[in-house]
Design a protein around this ligand. Structure first.
Ligand code: SF4
Length: 256
């Protein structure tokens, strides 16, 4: 077995053990501490500045865990989202690294598809998310051993099987979702109790906030992510940052 294969196997084992550990812990701060203790090397928390990620940021700050915090500035954010960066840095006294897309990539995309080209075809939309989100994130994750996200199973049907931890072979790191089993009500309760700063748009009917031209408010009863790329079919509505999650057991089956 090659060194790379050995290291992939041990990282997959680490992810499996960590998933079980996280499932057994209830508190978010405990889960963040467990992630930090289990994964050696650099851990990155990529925040979209949405309500879930703000709760994770609060837990990272309270735990004092050494975790790099970054956000992707796609160039198409709502002003309220940028204000959330400022409010968070002030509240927690930490720095959120702002990662921008490659200017040449953006210029090429806009020259080819136009400023609102992402509405003309799903392929265009995926290309825009790739240039403005996926490539910058992959650059920011280079050399990292762990990645924390705010994904929850209850956010959408497509996220219904979000695991606590998986080994992401393509990026060579352990991806963790410490809020996987949390309800929105539980997230909101923490925001209230701990005065966590949140994006002002949440109070105006935007439970899930992405880029301004690709996000609308939702109606009562709609899926939490119904306001994202609302002109597309429900099934493919991810930007490419997160592959459709599979539970650890399915991943093992697939690789055996
Ligand atoms: S959400 Fe919309 S504007 Fe933002 S990167 Fe994706 S397609 Fe482009």
């Amino acid at each position: 077995m090659s060194t790379d294969a050995r290291s992939s196997t041990s990282s997959a084992e680490l992810a499996k053990t960590l998933a079980s550990t996280l499932e057994g812990l209830q508190g978010l701060e405990e889960r963040i501490t467990a992630i930090r203790a289990a994964i050696p090397g650099r851990i990155v928390f990529s925040t979209s500045l949405g309500i879930e990620d703000q709760v994770i940021l609060d837990a990272i700050a309270s735990s004092g865990a050494e975790i790099d915090v970054l956000t992707l500035d796609t160039g198409r954010h709502f002003p309220e989202t940028l204000e959330t960066i400022r409010d968070s840095e002030l509240k927690y006294g930490l720095k959120i690294q702002v990662v921008s897309p490659d200017k040449g990539d953006v210029d090429g995309l806009v020259a080819r598809d136009g400023v609102f080209g992402f509405r003309n075809a799903v392929e265009n939309r995926i290309a825009c998310c790739d240039v403005r989100k996926v490539r910058p994130l992959n650059r920011a994750l280079e050399g990292a051993d762990g990645w924390i996200t705010g994904m929850r199973r209850a956010q959408s049907q497509g996220r219904g099987e979000t695991p606590f931890a998986t080994f992401e072979e393509a990026q060579g790191l352990v991806k963790t979702n410490p809020l996987a089993d949390w309800s929105l009500e539980r997230v909101e309760a923490v925001v209230k109790t701990k005065s966590v700063p949140v994006n002002a748009l949440h109070a105006r009917g935007y439970p899930s906030i992405g880029c301004q031209p690709c996000t609308r408010a939702i109606q009562p009863g709609e899926d939490i992510r119904a306001g994202r790329w609302w002109w597309e079919n429900e099934d493919g509505k991810e930007c490419g940052l997160h592959n459709r999650p599979k539970p650890v057991s399915q991943k093992e089956d697939a690789s055996s």
